[in-house]
Design a protein around this ligand. Structure first.
Ligand code: NAD
Ligand code: UDP
Ligand code: UDP
Length: 328
């Protein structure tokens, strides 16, 4: 029928490109991951229900011939053919995961079952974006992967914490029971460009407040700590974990061990923005962890990974992003 081209020209180019699915791919971390995977020469299927993510986050990738965007909720089954899966679908900011807590648990648990079922059928390797929240309000500091955590099963954060813990359980049971090729990373607080201005997490809140000259909202006395990783470092760690072929399945902590109080963070944001916003104090949310710092010995040993972007440099890049986004 098409003599000039021959049959082969009508067929898809079955190059040896890996097909990688990223659930939650239109979110903050997911969109950076999709970009990175395309830059690595892979085919990317981005799956998202746009609950906290947005088409806008991946709009610049749409013309890329190796990129595809699918609106889908991972709590429902999905039948596609892929070689690798990064499972990031789940709201991550306390404000958003507590908006519809039942849906949050469903996303982590039913989402994990469906994606693990897909991985089992297609023999795809699958990586779970787990979280430092599996350690809860930790009694061990800094937190190594061997620590089992201190988590309230019935509090306002439980939909997220216990959902993610159950997802880890499912990953390890599919690994032992069905030989699914899993990888599990526990992500510690990560921030950077493309966070939503109303995301609700502390770094974006403080920057937006400072740039708009409104009050900086410190919850509690501001002496609770977090350790902030810049997005590029996090993506590098996640990709290294997926690509390791030494049967190292994790869980592995990925985060920046430099620890700061929320007061220190607020003052750093004020200094870097030159803002004269006031610090105001608001009640500490229930079950808010008092301290958090990753022990990254395992990531360094097994993946040769450690973060390279210190807090100030990461904040500067994030502030530059929000300056372009917010009306003056
Ligand atoms: P995000 O809210 O920007 O991204 C989550 C994405 O998942 C969004 O695009 C959202 O629309 C999508 N999503 C939510 N429910 C879905 C569903 N049922 N079906 C399909 N898509 C759904 O948050 P993020 O910071 O990019 O987090 C990405 C992942 O990393 C999450 O799993 C989160 O738990 C994990 N994580 C992030 C951090 C961090 O500090 N950024 C820390 C620990 C863990
Ligand atoms: N599943 C999916 N896509 C697939 C294969 C499975 O969404 O390609 C879902 C399916 O809905 C199932 C779940 O994954 O409920 C778990 O699959 P598994 O094979 O482990 O369990 P079973 O189908 O036996 O319940
Ligand atoms: N926080 C704050 N002001 C804000 C938002 C958050 O002081 O406007 C605090 C919050 O109580 C917590 C820390 O900052 O102690 C980190 O909060 P975030 O929501 O970013 O992440 P998580 O608590 O999940 O680590």
């Amino acid at each position: 029928m098409y003599p000039a081209f021959g049959y082969h020209c009508l067929m898809k180019d079955y190059s040896l490109k890996k097909r990688v699915m990223v659930t939650g791919g239109a979110g903050f971390l997911g969109s950076h991951l999709c970009e990175r995977l395309l830059a690595d020469g892979l085919e990317v299927l981005c799956v998202d229900n746009f609950f906290t993510g947005a088409r806008k986050n991946v709009e610049h990738l749409l013309p890329h011939p190796a990129f595809e965007l699918l609106r889908h909720d991972v709590t429902f089954p999905l039948y596609v053919e892929v070689d690798e899966i990064y499972n990031l679908a789940c709201p991550a900011s306390p404000v958003h995961y507590q908006f519809d807590p039942v849906q949050t648990t469903k996303t982590s648990v039913m989402g994990a079952i469906n994606m693990l079922g897909l991985a089992k059928r297609t023999k795809a390797r699958i990586l779970q974006a787990s979280t430092s929240e599996v350690y809860g309000d930790p009694n061990v500091h800094p937190q190594p992967e061997s620590y089992w955590g201190h988590v309230n099963p019935i509090g306002p954060r439980s939909c997220y914490d216990e959902g993610k813990r159950c997802a880890e359980t499912l990953f390890f049971d599919y690994y032992r029971q069905n030989a699914v090729d899993i990888r599990v990373v526990r992500i510690f607080n990560t921030s950077g460009p493309r966070m939503h201005p109303r995301d609700g997490r502390v770094v974006s809140n403080f920057i937006v407040q400072a740039l708009q000259g409104t009050d900086i909202t410190i919850y509690g006395d501001g002496r609770q700590t977090r350790s902030f990783c810049y997005v590029d470092d996090l993506i590098e760690g996640m990709v290294r974990m997926m690509n390791n072929n030494q049967q190292f399945v994790g869980p592995v902590n990925i985060g920046n061990p430099s620890e700061f109080t929320m007061l220190e963070l607020a003052n750093a944001v004020l200094k870097l923005t030159g803002s004269s916003s006031r610090l105001v104090f608001a009640p500490l949310p229930d079950d808010d962890p008092r301290q958090r710092q990753p022990d990254i010995t395992l990531a360094a040993d097994k993946l040769g990974w450690r973060p390279t972007v210190e807090l100030e440099r990461g904040l500067k890049m994030t502030i530059d992003y929000f300056r372009t986004l917010l009306p003056r």
